[in-house]
Design a protein around this ligand. Structure first.
Ligand code: ZN
Length: 604
């Protein structure tokens, strides 16, 4: 095993790591918690300090500290490695843990570009003084790694080529663009067909939850004389913000800006604040609200983004805390955007509040004017239904009009709320604030709900909820090992179990068997209890079931092996790598034979 992984595991206990995300309760030698990966009221998520592993009886989530962080933070293995290495104070060795792949190169390019933009920023007085004027201080500029993309068509391109990166990789991460109509045949020199995507912009790196730069947001800024640097050279329309396109590292509808800096505070303060812009984000952090994140501008406001990805945005934030405050601009567009975001958060069972901003102002304006005003606004945020109710009552006195607006504006939120108690509390609130009769509201609402049912369920299905991800293989594995760990209640059962266990061990290999056993052993008490309730005094049934489970499980295991081998083989053939190809093909054939064998054993 790689030495960094080993060192991290020595320094961080699984209890320390998981308890920084979840509230744990002692359960004998182990700990338990409500599972973060499926919805539940009573804890079925167990952690074994002895084994350094976790296991959920509800959804079969299982693994070690790395897979936990990966799963919880929605990152990959390298991301979880980085997060835990930072925590353990273990420097990550430069030699990669596994073979270096394309993704590693992409991250390296983004890191090199970030340093380059930081260096350019240090040289550019105008950019710094622009940010100072907007209230951003030097320490924020440093910690958010703000940079500057020079007024040039090829500066970042040339810099990265000199560093040894390939043009095609730089294009894939979205830093350069191909010239329209540039023919691929006429390559004469570097950068001929490509140009920098970001020119003359203040650069805000966008990080994933582990702090790796995955994209940029570039802001155009006016210098003191009012002209926009670079404008005269450009025939393109200048958008205020320009974001990286979607790349293998970055999906703009999935990312919340600032998540790497906000995640710990969201958990410890037990709420998050969501703002719209980069400036809002940084100023809110500066004002002490380090539990603030920002939507990427398109994620929640662009109606062409499908609901699935909009919802994914909130996954990590929701696992950290179910309380969320939306603080968008106080104009009509901001209110529309808040409503859309809030509906999604409500459908995820979150407690949604809205910070009421004075018309026409954004959080950055307010914080720049007076930090205490921002504190008050956050403190006085109201739940989304009350927010809209108050607006309706302010805008119209006519009771029929109020009724119409309640149906149009409030009901869509009520449909999203799962709890009936909460719903009836809101109906009561509507009655008190609007003067409409409670019976009338209830009747209208029931009719409305009928027409909405299908749509709501669709959204709920799409909400990217960690699905109950018990695969057939997981379920079979769990059942088999609960029998093996139980060991039966008499000699007869024990010897039957041992006989079948040996057969299985031989078929899947001792190493594989040990790996599986290690995973379930820490939970032996609970698992054998389950087995006992199924098979106590039923030896015949036990043998019959075990035989069937083993056949089915072996089939699943071999199928998994076959398909991953097949992927390998295809890759090698595509890349013309002959290394071990022969061996792979032989192994593949062997597995196919094993699957055939299982089929014939079954038909006997
Ligand atoms: Zn679970």
């Amino acid at each position: 095993m790689n030495s960094s992984v080993q060192k991290i595991k020595e320094r961080l206990s699984i209890v320390d790591v998981i308890s920084s995300y979840l509230t744990l309760e002692k359960a004998g030698k182990n700990y338990k918690a409500k599972c973060p990966f499926h919805n539940e009221k009573t804890p079925s998520f167990f952690i074994s300090p002895e084994r350094g592993s976790y296991y959920c009886f509800g959804c079969n989530a299982k693994g070690d500290i790395f897979s936990f962080v990966e799963h919880f933070e929605g990152t990959d293995f390298m991301g979880s490695l980085k997060i835990l290495a930072d925590r353990a104070g273990v420097p990550l060795s430069l030699t990669p843990v596994r073979g270096k792949d394309k993704m590693d190169t992409y991250y390296e390019i983004m890191e090199a570009a970030t340093s380059f933009f930081e260096g350019e920023f240090a040289l550019n007085k105008e950019a710094r003084s622009y940010l100072l004027n907007r209230g951003i201080n030097d320490s924020s500029m440093k910690s958010f790694r703000i940079g500057f993309a020079p007024d040039s068509w090829n500066s970042v391109l040339n810099h990265l080529i000199k560093k040894g990166f390939k043009q095609e990789d730089i294009e894939i991460v979205g830093l350069i663009k191909r010239k329209e109509g540039g023919s691929s045949g006429s390559q004469n020199g570097l950068g001929d067909r490509f140009y920098d995507r970001f020119r003359s912009r203040i650069m805000f790196p966008i990080n994933d939850s582990s702090g790796r730069v995955i994209a940029f947001s570039g802001r155009i800024f006016a210098s003191k004389d009012g002209s926009i640097p670079g404008e005269k050279d450009s025939s393109f329309e200048q958008a205020k913000y320009l974001n990286s396109p979607d790349t293998p590292l970055f999906n703009k509808s999935n990312i919340l800006f600032g998540i790497d800096k906000a995640k710990n505070a969201i958990r410890s303060r037990d709420y998050s604040i969501v703002v719209e812009g980069q400036m809002d984000l940084i100023l809110s952090h500066q004002a002490g609200f380090i539990n603030t994140v920002a939507v990427s501008g398109t994620a929640f406001t662009d109606t062409t983004v499908d609901s699935e990805s909009k919802i994914n945005n909130l996954g990590l934030v929701r696992r950290l805390s179910s309380n969320i405050i939306f603080a968008y601009d106080g104009d009509d567009a901001g209110i529309r955007a808040v409503s859309r975001s809030a509906a999604i958060a409500l459908s995820l069972d979150m407690q949604v509040k809205v910070a009421v901003l004075p018309g026409g102002q954004d959080p950055a304006d307010i914080i720049l004017e007076n930090q205490n005003k921002w504190k008050d606004i956050i403190k006085n945020s109201v739940n989304i239904v009350s927010f809209h109710l108050d607006r309706i009552c302010k805008l119209t006195n006519d009771i029929r009009n109020r009724g119409k607006r309640v149906r149009e504006i409030i009901f869509p939120f009520l449909v999203m709320i799962n709890s009936s108690i909460e719903k009836s509390a809101y109906i009561n609130e509507i009655h008190h604030k609007t003067g409409l009769s409670e019976e009338a509201i209830l009747e209208d609402y029931k009719n409305y709900e009928k027409t909405q049912g299908v749509g709501v369920n669709l959204i709920k299905e799409k909400q990217g909820e960690p699905k109950n991800n018990i695969t057939r293989r997981d379920a079979l594995e769990k059942k088999l090992f609960s029998i093996i760990l139980w060991k039966g209640e008499n000699e007869e059962q024990l010897s039957a179990i041992n006989k079948l266990r040996e057969l299985f061990e031989e078929d899947v290999g001792v190493e594989n068997f040990k790996k599986m056993l290690n995973l379930y052993e820490p939970y032996a008490d609970n698992l054998s209890f389950e087995a006992e309730t199924w098979y106590g005094g039923k030896t015949g049934l036990l043998v019959k079931d075990m035989e069937e489970i083993i056949l089915n499980l072996e089939e699943e295991i071999f199928r998994d092996e076959a398909s991953s081998l097949l992927i390998n083989i295809n890759e090698k053939e595509k890349n013309n790598t002959k290394e071990n190809l022969e061996l792979d093909l032989i192994n593949y054939q062997k597995i196919v034979e094993k699957i055939e064998d299982i089929k014939s054993r079954r038909s006997k």
